[in-house]
Design a protein around this ligand. Structure first.
Ligand SMILES: Nc1ncnc2c1ncn2[C@@H]1O[C@H](COP(=O)(O)OP(=O)(O)OP(=O)(O)O)[C@@H](O)[C@H]1O
Ligand SMILES: [Mg+2]
Length: 280
């Protein structure tokens, strides 16, 4: 699994974006990195995938320190993929198919296997219908899906997603949720960053709060989200479900949809009971 130990990163202009950051990918299946703008989330993602080399401290993968030799990084990136924050800019090729196939061709994969993987990734991300469309005609949200498909086609063990729902309309956001849900179901570990607290509360089992490049607090998402002081320090909002729990005592639901389903189920039961008692 991926982890960092006391990772510090200073950009060439002197900005210290990460200070002594230790995160452990084995703490959950879907891990959140949250924090205010400039807290260091994207820098940490770049460090996790070996795009930048720590100034101090280390990244470990499967217990071994990450090697930054080109050949080793090449092998490493078959197992871990990153959907960057500006993922619409991650899409380079003029055709969707070629763009998704790019990394697979790069590693010399057999054409039939590439075809199978690209088609599956397009299906999962809901872009099959766009296959013939030139990339430059695609919208921001559609390009985001193409970028996700490119990462999924590699069938990575770990997927890093930097702000996956940013700038998406509710329907596209639901699409991303379903991609994440499926990926988790297929055993892919996800580490994501987001400012969307409801989205994190729904999906992430473990959360790190970053503040000024340091880990301010960490723990099970349900616990961290109750830490109002930490959330306030990191300029984060509370999630709707934790507010409902506090105001109305409604516990145990990770999303509004889950709560609505439970309410609907209860209503149906009441109606059924009323009908059967009116018959008796
Ligand atoms: N290429 C760079 N050169 C110098 N400083 C940088 C560079 N990229 C980022 N930074 C700085 O590093 C710090 C962390 O930035 P980062 O992008 O990791 O934050 P973030 O938590 O992802 O923020 P956001 O929520 O806005 O995406 C910020 O102070 C930022 O200005
Ligand atoms: Mg960022």
């Amino acid at each position: 699994m991926i982890k960092t130990e006391k990772l510090t990163y200073q950009y060439p202009d002197g900005t210290k974006a990460l200070k002594d950051v230790s995160v452990d990918g084995s703490k959950g299946n879907c891990i959140a990195l949250i924090g205010e703008n400039g807290a260091g989330k994207s820098t940490l993602m770049a460090a996790l995938i070996g795009l930048i080399k720590p100034t101090e401290g280390k990244v470990f993968f499967k217990g071994e320190p990450l090697s930054y030799k080109k050949k080793d990084l090449y092998a490493f990136r078959k197992t871990i993929g990153l959907v960057i924050q500006e993922s619409d800019k991650q899409v380079f090729y003029s055709g969707i198919y070629d763009d998704i196939a790019f990394a697979l061709r790069n590693i010399g994969m057999d054409a039939d296997e590439i075809d199978k993987r690209v088609k599956t990734a397009m299906e999962v991300t809901g872009i099959t219908g766009l296959a013939e469309r030139p990339i430059h005609y695609l919208s921001y949200g559609q390009k985001k899906r193409v970028a996700m498909a490119g990462v999924l086609a590699m069938e990575p063990g770990i997927m890093l997603m930097d702000e996956p729902t940013l700038g998406l309309d509710p329907k596209s956001k639901a699409g991303v949720k379903s991609i994440i849900h499926d990926a988790l179901g297929n055993g892919i570990k996800i580490i994501l960053s987001s400012h969307d607290m409801d989205f994190i509360y729904e999906f992430c089992d473990y959360t790190y709060v970053l503040h000024h490049g340091k880990v301010l607090c960490e723990g099970a998402t349900t616990q961290v989200f109750k830490n109002k002081e930490a959330l306030k320090t990191a300029s984060l909002e509370e999630a709707t479900m934790t507010r409902l729990e506090e105001c109305l005592g409604i516990k145990g639901y990770r999303s509004m949809a889950a709560l609505e389903n439970a309410v609907e189920k209860q209503r149906k039961e009441v109606r059924t009971n009323e009908i059967s008692s009116s018959r008796n």
